[in-house]
Design a protein around this ligand. Sequence first.
Ligand code: 5GP
Ligand code: ZN
Length: 110
Amino acid sequence: MCIFCKIVKKEIPAKIIYEDEKTMAFLDINPRSKGHTLIIPKEHYETFEELPEDTALALIRTIKKVLEILKPLNFDGYNILNNNKPTAGQEVPHLHFHIIPRYNNEKEEV
Ligand code: 5GP
Ligand code: ZN
């Protein structure tokens, strides 16, 4: 079982900030910035093209919810990132979106 499936099953700990029937959001263990969050489908899909449309919509809704949850961090911008396959930088083979909050003075925020 992959590491994110283990997080879904709560077999390994994660700082979960949101979850619903189809999706989960938790803080990245190696954050690029304060609030760096990963959003995943609870079912295992490796890459974006495998994702059913209803799950894709659920993920987009969760991304929007996470942006609301992170709002108190007062970030100045954010990146939404999805890497597919190792060649493109995918390290964990369970589809995920990164939300990386960006700050005008980033050195002080990580
Ligand atoms: P990728 O390069 O696959 O797009 O990103 C994988 C991300 O997962 C990385 O930013 C990495 O820090 C994060 N990550 C890897 N293993 C774990 C883990 O066990 N727990 C959490 N919370 N994040 C992880
Ligand atoms: Zn998985």
